[in-house]
Design a protein around this ligand. Structure first.
Ligand code: PLP
Length: 497
């Protein structure tokens, strides 16, 4: 069963937690008890395929799903849609640093790891809760999440997906990735406004009770695909087990020995999944939380103060440009002895004043498990260049933050234990920064995004990710542009209500 971090709801089944997304008391769902795995299971990880592993882990968390249902989710989510049979392969930089490539899915970024599975988790949950309804997913995106959600839900039965993006506010590659999406249940709409306008518009649609009623009458149920849904977190636990098995298999560690993990972090979903893996009994030592210049998490881990009242920076690692890290609430809950009273106080204070302080015991427990480092723009680009020159491996701007943070952790005198570095995006996804980092600043000045990718491929020999190939030749299927006041009527028109 699942409970809320705010303590205001009776325990619910897994399907209900996934179907509801956010708990009705405003909290986040967490498992009532974290399941554990045996030493035997850990010893055999190296022999399991990604699908088999996902089946095992999902079964531990989805009590009201049948074996057949879980099998169907896993086979639909992890197959030819990934361009590597390992799904999340491990690349050794040297004998103590291993890159976990989480970008082999259709959109070239790690969100695919969860968003290829979520639609099936959600529709299976829907079928148990409200079998007659069709789910309508609304997404406001600043670029990456929109495409990953579109790819996940495209042509999935009993679902519709409508994505809003700021007109002129996403990169050309991101825009083309979205507007060329196929699937008879997908819609992509440009909004005359910025990302906040898109997000506010979507929130307003969710909060309009009359509109929801009209949709219900027609058999539709609104939902979101955002990263606080347990159905997005669960699939992310799997690849930590996979990475561990791969390390054992290649003899980098002995079964039972611990590995450290470093994660480039924004909304705290990815690193939280690693925490749950550790809590389940996977031998993980330290969790290293890597941030860019928007370093709220580094600060709270070092000082106990979470403070969002600060300047917001746009960086070369935009998927980590965040001041409110939603999933951190779950970690606070786990670290304060699951005291939901205190969670309510802290997160009310965050909403009201933008700041809260962890008590000493909680901060101490956190620091035993996790530490935080941040990396500025210059160091991020330098790390891409250095990794390319010294290790002959091309990393993107987000992965570079993690590589650099690990360097800082070790320079601070910590042991050079075998460490998994999460790589969250393919380098071609952030081609301009990557190209300039291995040449010189300004090198891409006169090129468009396609020319940059071609030049990068020619120089490095690293193939362009298939999800980013020939985007400028594909047919544009979504051309709708709306004023920000008209987002709701656009949804009504698409659904025929
Ligand atoms: C979303 C994203 C992140 C941040 O992950 P969280 O789970 O939100 O911490 C990091 N890198 C890339 C490329 C992403 O798309």
């Amino acid at each position: 069963m699942y409970i809320s971090t705010r303590g205001g709801v009776a325990p619910v089944t897994a399907s209900k937690a996934i179907y509801q997304g956010l708990a009705p008391d405003g909290g986040l769902f967490v498992p009532e008890t974290v399941p554990s795995v045996s030493k035997d299971f850990v010893a055999k990880l190296a022999d399991l395929s990604y699908r088999d592993l996902a089946k095992e882990i999902f079964s531990l968390y989805l009590d009201d799903f049948t074996k057949e249902e879980i099998y169907k989710v896993v086979t639909s989510a992890y197959g030819d849609n990934f361009d590597d049979r390992e799904i999340a392969p491990l690349h050794g930089l040297d004998c103590s640093r291993y890159i976990l490539e989480l970008w082999h899915g259709p959109t070239a970024a790690f969100k695919d790891m969860a968003l290829q599975a979520l639609p099936y988790l959600l529709t299976t949950s829907m079928a148990k809760q409200e079998p007659d309804k069709e789910v309508v997913i609304l997404v406001a995106t600043s670029g990456d999440t929109g495409k990953a959600a579109l790819e996940g839900f495209s042509d999935v039965d009993k679902t519709r997906i409508i994505v809003f993006y700021p007109n002129g506010g996403v990169s050309e590659v991101q825009r083309l990735q979205m507007v060329t999406t196929t699937g008879n249940n997908t819609s992509v709409i440009a909004v005359e406004g910025n990302f906040d306008d898109c997000q506010n518009g979507v929130k307003a649609i969710f909060n309009d009770g009359n509109f929801a009623e009209k949709l219900e009458e027609k058999g539709y149920r609104l939902s979101s695909a955002n990263s606080i849904n347990w159905g997005r977190l669960l699939p992310q636990i799997v690849y930590y087990f996979k990475a561990y098995g791969a390390l054992v298999k290649r003899g980098a560690i002995q079964a039972g020995e611990t590995m450290d993990v470093v994660v480039p972090t924004g909304n705290f979903g990815n690193i939280l999944a690693a925490y749950y893996g550790k809590a389940m009994g996977l031998p993980i030592g330290k969790l290293i939380c890597a941030s860019n210049k928007n370093k709220v998490l580094t600060d709270v881990l070092n000082t106990g103060e979470y403070n969002r009242n600060r300047e917001f920076f746009r960086t070369v690692s935009p998927s980590m440009d965040i001041l409110i890290s939603s999933n951190f609430e779950r970690f606070v809950f786990e670290m304060n002895g699951r005291d939901s009273r205190s969670v309510c106080d802290l997160f009310d204070a965050l909403t009201k004043d933008g700041v809260y302080h962890l008590d000493e015991a909680t901060a101490k427990r956190m620091s035993e498990i996790m530490c935080g480092y941040y990396v500025d723009e210059e160091a991020t680009l330098e790390t891409i260049g250095k990794t390319y020159q010294e290790n002959h491996y091309l990393i993107d701007t987000h992965t570079a933050v993690a590589v650099n943070a690990l360097g800082q952790y070790r320079a601070a005198g910590n042991s050079e234990k075998v460490t998994v570095i999460d790589s969250t995006a393919n380098p071609y996804k952030f081609n301009q920064a990557v190209y300039e980092a291995i040449n010189q600043s300004g090198a891409a000045d006169k090129m468009n995004e396609f020319e940059i990718s071609a030049a990068l491929e020619q120089q490095t020999g690293v193939k362009i990710h298939r999800g980013l190939l020939d985007l400028d030749q594909k047919e544009v299927l979504h051309k709708k542009v709306v004023e920000k006041e008209n987002m709701q009527s656009a949804v009504a028109e698409i659904l025929g209500v």
